[in-house]
Design a protein around this ligand. Structure first.
Ligand code: HEC
Ligand code: HEC
Length: 472
């Protein structure tokens, strides 16, 4: 029985996404209709693989795995997903480049740093709305929601604050205007499944010239497997076949435990298996303290009541105003700006709403210490610099931004003036004035960084996995 009908395949994804997206937000408790939702790994398939010896991948996930590593599916013939998302580097690049080179000749630079693919499964669909999507989903009939498109239908455009007014976050009255969720720095794909074809067709990534030529390669190499799994008719329908490829890639990322191992020192600490060092403990306190780092207000770090491990992101979008990075080739053109939701990679309704310009998705900080390229434009290369940015941006902007020809400080120089009102100047530590002391001094920055280093997986994978298995 290896034939998977469309309904159950969609249900699977929807449930996997809902059970994790809703955890800690009241959904998990109500999600008992599905018999899942409280597994720390975020989904049943991966839970089944806990305990060190990973459960075998399903046939669909195995197909996804083969495609993930298949270089012949690229225009250059030498690039696969794993080239940029290397399993030996937490599914981030092995090199420290700010942007990777792709395309048919492997000479076309990308425009944004490559994120790690760890801990993406809980990402809700992109939405801008008053309520958390998972809560809305929980209110609707669970079976109707299992259609897989339900999440994306909740992306209702609502009137946001006028351009020029700050976009405020969490708990503030204008919370209903905050975009959240979606894949990529700009949230443009709703799910891992939707996302997967992007890199295969992107001219500066795997660079297949069009869907037809990708489909031909897929049919040639994986036709038999696709037919066995999804029925012969799948091969007659190009868009159906490609959508099953996206599904297989997504399912690989959901089922394969190493995409979400929860094996960091901090995970072990949350399970009561280890104590943090004095510096790590001080760093955690500063990370949490609303008057100091206040990092946890966006990079959520608490286990939920039902035992769900923290994702270190609230999936919300913010404009932080990081300085422009001249090392990105696209930035050589002074008229070019990466505006996040407003493009260049998005051109939907949201991209044309001024209050969304300059906003990027809050990334998880899990495994951040293992990457050397930070923020959407990779302008910083150490966690010290990234942390210092938050506390010095307003108190000592001369240390963050270059000077204009007239000697003034080019503050927020990576965002056109029209959108600078979107930049967050409300949340601590970004609410200070020039000359005020920074919210964190250098010793405190070092402590925060010591804490961030506890978020790297592989600290004691086996031991952690065993304990997780026992808890279940
Ligand atoms: C040339 C390098 C490159 C290749 C090859 C590549 N990616 Fe990516 N990937 C990126 C970059 C860069 C981003 C961020 C792009 C953005 O946000 O606009 C990204 C983002 C993603 C994301 C979203 C992560 C997040 O934080 O939201 C997923 C999922 C992903 N890639 C999966 C894949 C899969 C699956 C493949 C193979 C089919 C693949 N990638 C191939 C460079 C690459
Ligand atoms: C108001 C929400 C908010 C707060 C508070 C916040 N962050 Fe962030 N963080 C973000 C967003 C949004 C980004 C991505 C912004 C971008 O790339 O333009 C980000 C990016 C980062 C990155 C880069 C990660 C990567 O993979 O590129 C690091 C490191 C980081 N934050 C650490 C911290 C620390 C440490 C603190 C506390 C001192 C903190 N953040 C406070 C929202 C926040």
């Amino acid at each position: 029985m290896n034939m998977i009908d469309r309904q159950s395949r969609l249900s699977f994804l929807a449930l996997a996404l809902l059970s994790v997206a809703g955890a800690g937000l009241g959904w998990a408790a109500q999600g008992q209709t599905t018999g899942q939702g409280t597994d720390p790994a975020g989904s049943r398939p991966s839970a089944a693989s806990s305990g060190g010896s990973a459960a075998p991948l399903s046939a669909v996930a195995q197909l996804g795995k083969a495609i993930f590593f298949d270089q012949s599916l690229s225009g250059s013939g030498t690039m696969s997903c794993a080239t940029c998302h290397d399993p030996a580097h937490h599914y981030a690049p092995a090199n420290g480049l700010i942007v990777q080179l792709g395309g048919p000749g492997l000479d076309r630079p990308g425009i944004r740093p490559v994120p790690s693919l760890t801990y993406k499964i809980a990402t809700p669909a992109f939405s801008v709305g008053a309520e958390n999507p998972a809560e809305e989903a929980a209110e609707a009939s669970p079976m109707a929601e299992a259609s897989g498109t339900a999440l994306s239908q909740q992306a209702t455009p609502v009137a946001g604050p006028m351009a020029g007014q700050p976009v405020v976050k969490a708990d503030a009255p204008a919370d209903n205007a905050v975009p959240q969720g979606g894949m990529f720095w700009d949230g443009r794909a709703d799910s891992l499944e939707d996302q997967a074809l992007g890199p295969l067709l992107s001219p500066f990534e795997m660079a297949n010239p069009d869907a037809k030529s990708l489909y031909d390669k897929i049919k040639n190499r994986y036709g038999e497997k696709l037919a066995a799994l999804f029925g012969n008719q799948v091969l007659d329908d190009q868009s159906m076949a490609l959508s099953e490829v996206g599904f297989a890639l997504a399912r690989y990322q959901v089922e394969e435990r190493s995409f979400h191992p929860y094996s960091s020192k901090y995970d072990a600490y949350l399970r009561g298996q280890v104590k943090l060092s004095a510096a790590e403990q001080r760093g955690l306190a500063l990370f949490d303290d609303a008057k100091k780092g206040n990092c946890a207000s966006c990079h959520l770090d608490k286990m939920t009541d039902d035992g769900q491990m923290p994702a270190f992101t609230d999936y919300e979008f913010e404009a932080l105003g990081v300085p422009r990075n001249p090392a990105i080739p696209a930035n050589a053109d002074p008229r070019y700006f990466d505006l996040g939701i407003c493009g260049p990679q998005r051109d939907d309704d949201f991209a044309h709403q001024p209050q969304n310009c300059g906003l990027f998705k809050t990334p998880t900080l899990r495994n951040a210490a293992e990457r050397g390229v930070y923020f959407h434009n990779g302008v910083y290369h150490t966690l010290e610099e990234a942390t210092r940015f938050y506390v010095a941006r307003d108190t000592d902007p001369a240390s963050i931004y270059p000077k204009n020809p007239d000697g003034s400080i080019a503050k927020f120089n990576d965002l056109p003036e029209a959108y600078r009102g979107n930049i967050d100047v409300i949340d601590a530590p970004m609410d200070r004035k020039p000359g005020q002391p920074p919210a964190l001094n250098e010793a405190e920055i070092a402590d925060v960084v010591a804490f961030l280093k506890t978020l790297s997986d592989g600290w004691s994978g086996d031991q952690a996995a065993k304990t997780t298995a026992q808890q279940q």
